[in-house]
Write a protein that binds this ligand. Structure first.
Ligand code: TRP
Length: 452
């Protein structure tokens, strides 16, 4: 029986980790960030980022989690380094920040389920997105999405969501493959493929300072790194699980789903005559309904597919939002003995308030997203890498070797963390600070871009 139990927990772990990784980051964020940063050239840097930084960093979080066998904040105490608790705290703050606008987009997804039922979202996609993504409408759907998230976390019924995740991941793949096949039949799609798959390396060379942080930030965000969530999940792993195999499976499947979303959204945008870089945060919300409206079989087919598609994305968004809020709630409940329901409600209310500017105006959403993904996140990952690379040191090698046949791979990994990963993350943080605050052409230092 022990054998089977190990399998069950292992499968549960992989599902939970993949469920956390697969979310709006793959389906909403990846396509438009790719489009804004030069298409195929960005894709190349992104894939490199997953391999060179993402995979080693996810192993670093796994090592902390399994070694400590407890959730993120307590992990540092348990590993005999209580002074490092703030690494977990920085992760919780980053999660909190991210959830504030993640919920706004989750609200749009909710709205698009309604828009598919009535057909309004399919009738005039660009106008529809413009109307529902700002102002009171967007604040309202943001509130509803936050309420659902708070409800699930407060009641502690995440089990149900775990079950939903098992259906969600295969459903996302089926929907995206179906839409990708359909997109391929549209006139103009080929330009989308050329843009997404045929790299123009001049783009990287001339936009190095923005493409590099964008790609690395996206890689970390999409793999749910830096928020201590993977630390907590890995605490459930047994001695005979191979961390490298698990990390590799998660990185590959998560990346494949992002690329698949790109293969849907970019050809669709080009088929609609929206040029490269256009669409912004609305890209997926405009591209998909336009395709739905043209599906063979008529309006009702499009509406039905729309309900299923946005329903599946809603589950993906909720499963991620729940673990983001849960991170902060668990921190307060475990460390200060707060009770669960008021903590979830109180924190949820603060997250809601923090998200109001993003809901009101997408310029604010872009600003919050920029700070979160390209600054807070690499900073949080930097701390994790420092801890595993230089504090845990040889213990980390032992832990990575446990349950795997990697042998000397573990030593190479640690060396790689200490040097390449550390250097790249520092460069990314520096480039971002520069990009965010020192804008020599405007001179308005330290002022959020929407206010300039
Ligand atoms: N990876 C998620 C996505 O792609 C977003 C995310 C980032 C996340 N960090 C997280 C989700 C931590 C859950 C927990 O949408």
């Amino acid at each position: 029986m022990a054998e089977r139990e190990t399998w069950a927990t292992r499968l549960g772990f992989l599902l939970a980790a993949i469920g956390s990784a697969v979310g709006l980051g793959n389906i909403w964020r990846f396509p438009f960030i790719t489009s804004e940063n030069g298409g195929a050239a960005f894709l190349v840097v992104y894939l490199l980022a997953v391999l060179v930084i993402g995979l080693p960093a996810i192993l670093a979080e796994f090592v902390i989690g399994r070694r400590a066998n407890t959730s993120a904040i307590g992990a540092f105490r348990k590993l005999g380094r209580p002074g490092w608790w703030f690494v977990g705290a920085v992760g919780v703050i980053a999660a909190f920040w991210t959830l504030s606008y993640y919920s706004v987009i989750g609200g749009w997804v909710l709205r698009y389920i309604g828009g598919s039922v009535t057909g309004n979202a399919l009738a005039a996609p660009e106008g529809y997105f413009g109307a529902i993504s700002v102002g009171l409408s967007s604040i309202g759907t943001h509130a509803v999405f936050m309420l659902i998230t708070i409800g699930i976390v407060a009641l502690g019924i995440e089990d149900g969501i775990e079950l939903a995740t098992k259906v969600m991941v295969p459903a996302v793949v089926v929907m995206l493959v179906g839409l990708a096949v359909f997109a391929a039949t549209l006139p103009g799609a080929s330009e989308g493929y050329a843009f997404f798959l045929n790299p123009d390396f001049d783009v990287i060379v001339s936009n190095f300072g923005s493409v590099l942080p964008a790609a690395f930030g996206q890689a970390l965000f999409s793999l749910s790194l830096g928020f201590s969530v993977m630390i907590t999940y890995a605490s459930y792993l047994g001695e005979d699980d191979s961390l490298p195999v698990d990390g590799f499976s998660i990185a590959v499947s998560n990346t494949a789903i992002g690329v698949l979303a790109g293969l849907v959204v970019l050809p669709l945008l080009f088929a609609q005559g929206i040029e490269a870089g256009g669409g912004g945060p609305g890209a997926v919300f405009v591209a998909i309904p336009t395709a739905l409206a043209e599906l063979p079989g008529g309006e009702l087919v499009g509406q039905a597919v729309g309900i299923v598609f946005f329903g599946v994305i809603l589950i993906a968004a909720l499963s991620s939002a729940i673990s983001l809020l849960e991170a902060a709630v668990a921190f307060l409940v475990d460390n200060y003995g707060f009770s669960r329901l008021p903590t979830a409600a109180g924190l949820g209310a603060v997250v809601f308030a923090l998200g109001i500017p993003s809901a009101y105006d997408t310029a604010w959403l872009n600003w919050f997203d920029g700070i979160g993904v390209t600054l807070l996140l690499p900073l949080a990952v930097l701390l994790v890498v420092l801890f595993v690379g230089w504090v845990l040191g040889r213990d980390a090698i032992d832990e990575l070797r446990t349950g795997s046949t990697s042998g000397s791979l573990a030593s190479i990994w640690l060396w790689w963390l200490r040097t390449v990963v550390l250097a790249v993350v520092v460069i990314v943080v520096a480039l971002n600070l520069w990009d965010l605050f020192a804008t020599p052409d405007t001179g308005y230092y330290f002022i959020p871009s929407p206010l300039r």
